[in-house]
Design a protein around this ligand. Structure first.
Ligand code: SF4
Ligand code: SF4
Length: 244
């Protein structure tokens, strides 16, 4: 049963829902529609089994140490089907998660980070303002990954290439060796590490992104980037004699 203040409003014409989540102007039906998409995701049932409210996920969560963010609040809102709070979290909280999945320590078997993954996908698919705002600094990275099939390595992070990433980019670039000694070995890759992607693999990636709708997700948050990538992929596939 979806918990909402508006549900009470159905039984009391004079009842005015308190705007506890700060998004009272958003139609209630819209919040329900978005939550139904989250709940309707095939992964949802495996990610949420209720919540003991024990806070173990919060203790394990690195983002909770630095932001006003709590995986427990996300799990609880989903368990209670509080669509007002869930909408607020989709516009705010979920973008603080670093997707590290340390919260998998949950004794109830929940996966708060996974719930957040679904909420983010729904936010992107529906072009929520928070999704556009969160992804604006990543357009170059999305372009790089989806056009070349490779990744972004730390030595590519330069202030001139990523002006919207703030002053920390310059700090990382200027002290890259120091940062690398402090961080795990997986971050040791560089552009010289030979991330060449075979032609066949790149064509397969293009087909996957087109056929699964992954590319279409970008259209909701950045139409310009979507057009550029779509043209690039279709052109390449045509060269291979493939009709996407
Ligand atoms: S996946 Fe997100 S919510 Fe879970 S521990 Fe990592 S940062 Fe926290
Ligand atoms: S660890 Fe699991 S049960 Fe405990 S508060 Fe977090 S989501 Fe709830």
């Amino acid at each position: 049963m979806i918990q909402t203040s508006a549900r009470h409003a159905e039984t009391d014409a004079h009842y005015k829902a308190p705007d506890v989540a700060g998004y009272g102007e958003v139609p209630h039906d819209e919040k329900v529609r978005l939550f139904e998409q989250v709940k309707g995701d095939f992964r949802f049932a495996d990610y949420l089994f209720g919540c003991y409210e024990c806070g173990i996920c919060v203790a394990a969560c690195p983002s909770a140490k630095f932001y006003d963010f709590s995986p427990r609040r996300v799990a609880q809102a989903a368990a209670r089907e509080d669509v007002d709070l869930i909408y607020q979290q989709m516009q705010e909280d979920i973008w603080e998660c670093s997707q590290c999945f340390s919260c998998l320590r949950c004794p109830r078997g929940n996966n708060p980070g996974g719930i957040i993954t679904i909420m983010r996908e729904v936010a992107v698919n529906n072009g929520l303002a928070s999704a556009k705002e969160a992804l604006v600094g990543y357009s170059r990275i999305i372009y790089k990954i989806m056009s070349s099939g490779t990744q972004v390595s730390p030595d590519m992070l330069r202030s001139d290439a990523f002006p919207d990433w703030g002053p920390e980019t310059a700090d990382v670039a200027d002290n890259l060796d120091l940062w690398r000694r402090a961080l795990p070995a997986e971050t040791m890759h560089t552009t010289s590490a030979g991330w060449s992607v075979a032609d066949k693999t790149l064509v397969e990636l293009y087909l996957i992104w087109l056929e699964t709708g992954a590319l279409d997700m970008i259209a909701e948050v950045d139409r310009g980037l979507h057009s550029i990538l779509l043209e690039l992929m279709e052109e390449r596939l045509e060269e291979e004699g493939i009709q996407p």
